[in-house]
Design a protein around this ligand. Structure first.
Ligand code: SF4
Length: 434
């Protein structure tokens, strides 16, 4: 029988839009409403091309095995490893991540999430400086100036502007888009930039310099150069003046800012700029990272709640240690220091560098993943899970760290258990082996 399930959160990007409608007929997803094209595709393809059984590599080939055998083999790999890496976590539930932390502690490994490759620098800067931030609801109700820096929500977070920041009518912004000014800072003329009132087409890699110049102007220093970061100094002064005409501003920033040479230093100065803007200009200003995967914010929140640190937590000495640059996934793989890896809810085959993948190919790899992906070719154990937000429920955190309850829409395939069950079974066995 066909049924419509309403108010479904979308398990794709950090917007976690929770107004989706999913149409289901006889346990098959046949359509969606309200979601963007990416969100629709997530549901439309969730049930296609799935691994039907767990698999273990034998004589060089992945062969179907029972769930019990797969749990056992995974536990043996983790228990026998000196320093395993438990990586991923951005597209699973907070409850699964909680068990993941316990598993990392039990096998003396490192737990790291995909933030290590995207907003890790933001977390470092926020730990140093603190972050004046808010919820997306406040942005909708209050923001009359929206700045997107180094991000392109038109493509990466397609409903961000229509649900939260630019187009919706808010309590104090009754005219929606016409109540707001939009500034985009990006070296490229992106589709988001085309919608903006002002596009600051900065020279690539010079964001740090431009933020510092903003700070110089706010702090009444002279800008002696004619152009900074490819922008005439007069235009920078005018921009600051125009920004000061607004009541409530938000700066959303993406990997264009976090993944340049300056990394956390870029965010560090951006936070200082926001503090100074609040102090001297009078426009209430906040900032927020544009988190990518739907629960990458939740992976930081949960790992932090469990261990005291947001990512890259190393239990190899029996207690949680956090040294980004030393205990981060990429660094331990580069140095060949990990001797096994469990990957869950991430795709290292497309996001890791060749150097990291070269080491990964030499060590046992457990992959908890429902669909075929590049790293399957080097996996030793594959366990297909139920998909959170489609086939099982759980908690995820939106990019503003608001928890959202994910819904179960359809039943999972016969051999696919929730990540919480899979990790719980592996943990139980690891405790017996170590
Ligand atoms: S914007 Fe993100 S969360 Fe919202 S429907 Fe699109 S993919 Fe899903």
């Amino acid at each position: 029988m066909m049924r419509e399930i309403k108010n479904v959160p979308c398990p794709f990007c950090g917007c976690l839009c929770d107004d989706g409608v999913v149409i289901v007929d006889d346990n098959k997803i046949i359509g969606t409403r309200n979601l963007c094209r990416i969100g629709h595709q997530k549901f439309a393809h969730a049930q296609k091309g799935r691994f039907e059984t767990p698999q273990i590599r034998k004589n060089g080939k992945l062969e179907p095995v029972s769930l019990d055998e797969a749990f056992d083999k995974s536990a043996q790999i983790l228990a026998n490893a000196e320093r395993p890496l438990l990586y991923g976590w951005c597209s699973t539930s907070a409850e699964a991540i909680q068990i993941g932390c316990e598993l990392a502690e039990a096998c003396g490994g490192i737990i790291d999430c995909t933030a290590t490759l995207c907003h890790g620098p933001s977390l470092l800067a926020i730990q140093d400086q603190g972050a004046p931030s808010c919820t997306l609801g406040e942005v909708m109700n209050r923001a009359d100036l929206v700045i997107y820096w180094g991000c392109n929500p038109m493509h990466a977070h397609p409903r961000h502007m229509s649900r939260y920041s630019v187009f919706p009518r808010g309590l104090f912004r009754k005219r929606g888009r016409r109540s707001r000014t939009i500034i985009v800072v990006d070296p490229r003329r992106t589709d988001t930039a085309k919608l903006a009132d002002l596009h600051i087409q900065i020279a690539p890699g010079s964001d740090h310099m431009l933020v510092h110049t903003f700070r110089e102007i706010i702090n009444s220093y002279d800008v002696t150069h004619e152009t900074v970061a490819g922008i005439p100094a007069d235009a920078i002064r005018e921009t600051i003046e125009a920004m000061g005409q607004h009541q409530w501003a938000v700066l959303f920033f993406g990997m264009g800012l976090t993944q340049q040479m300056g990394k956390d230093r870029n965010i560090d100065v951006a936070i200082k700029f926001i503090h100074e803007f609040n102090k001297y200009i009078g426009t209430k200003t906040v900032l927020m990272p544009m988190r990518g995967h739907y629960n990458v914010a939740g992976s930081n929140v949960t790992i932090c709640a469990e261990t005291g640190h947001p990512f890259a937590v190393d239990f190899s000495r029996g207690y949680p240690r956090y040294h980004p640059g030393e205990t981060t996934a990429m660094d331990v793989l580069y140095r060949g220091e990990v001797d096994a890896m469990l990957n869950i809810a991430a795709n290292p085959g497309t996001s890791f560098s060749n150097r990291a993948l070269a080491h990964l190919a030499k060590i046992p790899l457990i992959n908890i993943e429902p669909h075929n992906q590049q790293s399957m070719q080097i996996s030793d154990v594959v366990i297909p899970p139920a998909i959170v937000g489609v086939e099982c429920d759980g908690t995820a955190y939106r990019m503003d760290n608001i928890p959202i309850k994910m819904k179960k829409i359809v039943d999972p395939p016969e051999n696919s258990m929730p990540d919480t069950v899979i990790l719980g079974e592996i943990l139980k066995r690891v405790k017996e082996y170590v």
